[in-house]
Design a protein around this ligand. Sequence first.
Ligand SMILES: [Zn+2]
Length: 254
Amino acid sequence: MTRTRAKDLFPVPDLMKARRILCVQAHPDDGELGAGATVARLTREGAAVIYLTVTDGGAGTRDPAVRPSELAAIRRRESEEAAALLGVTEMIWLDFPDSGCPELRAVREKIFETVRRVRPAVVMVMDPWLPYEAHTDHRITGLAAAEAVLLGGYPHVCPRDQAAGLAPHGPEAIAFYGTSRPNTFIDVTATWPRKLEALSKHRSQFPPEKLKTISDYLTLKAREHAAGRGFELAEAFKVLTPFQLHFFEDAWRC
Ligand SMILES: [Zn+2]
């Protein structure tokens, strides 16, 4: 008799089978950085991908002369251009102030509401448990999205949504990008150029020299993720089911 390990009772869902995905990001360029080539592949294969951006991106500059409201407007246009290249069909903006230490409760309510309206099979978001992640926007956004996947199907959690006519909805899985504990490696060799092109649309964030550095880093990383898997370039995710998001000590090993 073969011995089954406890963690193997819960197989990792196949991210590429999802047909409706909500891609949550703290800032207007996070989705492209962490998952752009996978988003492009998903939409190319017929999936609907909806973007939800939590902050307005208005703090993304070192230049004190740039006004946050002006930068936010610029970044929204850049993000729309990038998302269009990736085949994203809808953009939702929550417009919390960038780097303003958003309150978890407020972000959580908005993400629950969006999950119940959009009703995705899978939510993508940055991994809030990335060691040494110093950006509060990233941690809060990742935590709130994870909780929406865990509890979105429970009517007494964020009950105001029901009064607004939104039925509970529990997505099947969450896919964390920007993770140090990946369990899923998506072959994105074909859509990699599209990701880099989408990144180049974020001109306010990536002037030419910085764009080259970040593109080189991401490409090397994608080669590392793909090594030994029979393809050239991969994006890496930690994919978990709602069951694995709570009181599950094997989650970090899955
Ligand atoms: Zn960010």
